[in-house]
Ligand binder design. Structure first.
Ligand code: GLY
Length: 402
């Protein structure tokens, strides 16, 4: 039998203080993985910590690249980032597939059709169309009949819609798998453990202690733990990580090959104030999403959530009730107070954030990788990402107390 002293000693000997890295990324969802991969590609010795890398919100997300159809009033700055990342996707997909030894990410240039079911929805879409035009974005107004000509499975009641040929999709599960493979092939040291505590030495972030006892040292630390980002111990109080979880329930159905083509592009609408979208994959998967619920850390799939998604999706595309329902799942979007990501240095030297991507994590994956790798390699944040500095919240707080 071991005494507590000897078990402590054996834990200490099991615990390893790893030789220093240039970069430690905390969190192995698509954002953490892309940052680690791009940093390693820049020649930085990179480690990543996550108990199940490749998991997280990407396992639930539908993978819409909806820069134009998810445009909101007051989010024109975010639009610039979203559009830049959408434009980067084709080249990024090719680079990643090569780096991952041939794993594809299901990038599909299928376009999107946003439709209206009643006169309120129609008005809402007209407003969105006007905003898109003011922002110089391409979208085309269609009558209900024109919508059904494009997508014959749409309900006869569809009153009109917006055709957005530039909003495409990827398969987030394949994206996560390819990023993990690319990280491993690029020499990222992947630790399958949770980062418990940030290590701070001489007023600088210097690494983290993992729950398996490993102590990782690094010159720069990137916190990319999605909705869990605010939970890391050891972060000093002057660093604010205002990220909260927003639950999304999502369904997966299967379109039998005899039904194909069921839908040829993403179809979406706002029904009774809630977003519903149907994202058809080439392999027959049809993703129906998503609820948006402020329920803390709850990830229960509820009868009500499934019912509402099926009810709204059925109003758009009545034929979905014929399809096998193959999966129901809930995930957590990491949301910031202004719905935009937190990218860049914090008040603590050496600690950077890449989190808070909310509804746009998959869309912003390529650009987040690029800008964070540039910051890590050169110390300079590219212009396009500067408005998303985490310091915008610290400064706002200081000003409100001034
Ligand atoms: N961008 C889709 C969602 O967050 O539900």
């Amino acid at each position: 039998m071991h005494s507590s002293r000897s078990s402590h000693a054996s834990r200490q000997s099991h615990a390893s203080r790893q030789a220093g890295h240039d970069v430690l990324v905390i969190g192995g969802g698509v954002i953490g993985l892309v940052v680690a991969w791009r940093a390693a590609r820049r020649g930085l010795r990179t480690a990543l910590a996550d108990p199940s890398p490749g998991g997280g919100a990407a396992q639930v997300a539908a993978g819409m690249l909806a820069a134009v159809t998810e445009l909101h009033y007051g989010e024109e700055t975010l639009l610039g980032l979203n559009v830049a990342s959408a434009a980067r996707y084709p080249e990024f997909a090719a680079e990643l597939t090569e780096a991952a030894g041939g794993l594809g990410i299901g990038y599909r240039a299928c376009g999107t059709l946003a439709v209206a079911l009643d006169s309120d929805d129609r008005l809402h879409l007209r407003e969105l169309h006007a905003l898109q035009r003011r922002c110089g974005l391409e979208s085309q107004w269609l009558t209900g009949r024109e919508c059904r000509r494009l997508e014959p499975m749409l309900a006869p009641g569809v009153r009109g819609g917006l055709r957005v040929d530039g909003d495409h999709q990827v398969d987030p599960r394949r994206l996560a798998a390819a990023l993990l493979a690319a990280c491993e092939r690029a020499g990222v040291s992947v630790h399958r453990a949770n980062a418990d505590r940030l290590t701070v030495l001489h007023d600088r972030a210097a690494g983290a202690v993992l729950d398996d006892g490993t102590e990782l040292r690094a010159d720069q630390v990137v916190l990319a733990a999605g909705s869990l980002s605010g939970r890391l111990a050891g972060v000093p109080p002057q660093v604010r990580i205002p990220v909260r979880p927003v639950k999304g329930q999502v369904l997966r159905l299967t379109v039998p090959s005899s039904y194909a083509p069921f839908l040829s592009r993403t179809v979406r609408a706002v029904v009774r104030g809630s977003h519903v979208y149907l994202v058809p994959r080439e392999n027959g998967e049809l993703v129906v999403g998503a609820t948006s619920e402020e329920l803390g850390w709850d990830t229960t799939v509820t009868a009500g959530g499934v019912y509402e998604l099926l009810r709204d999706a059925h109003e758009l595309v009545p034929g979905i009730t014929e399809l096998p329902l193959t999966e129901t799942r809930a995930g957590l979007r990491p949301a910031s107070p202004d719905n935009a990501p937190l990218l860049g240095p914090t008040e603590l030297p050496g600690l950077h954030l890449a989190t808070g991507h909310y509804r746009n994590g998959v869309l912003l994956t390529p650009l987040t990788g690029d800008v964070m790798a540039e910051l890590l390699a050169t110390g300079t944040m590219p212009e396009v990402a500067r408005p998303f500095t985490p310091r915008r919240f610290t400064q706002a707080r200081q000003e409100s107390f001034a």
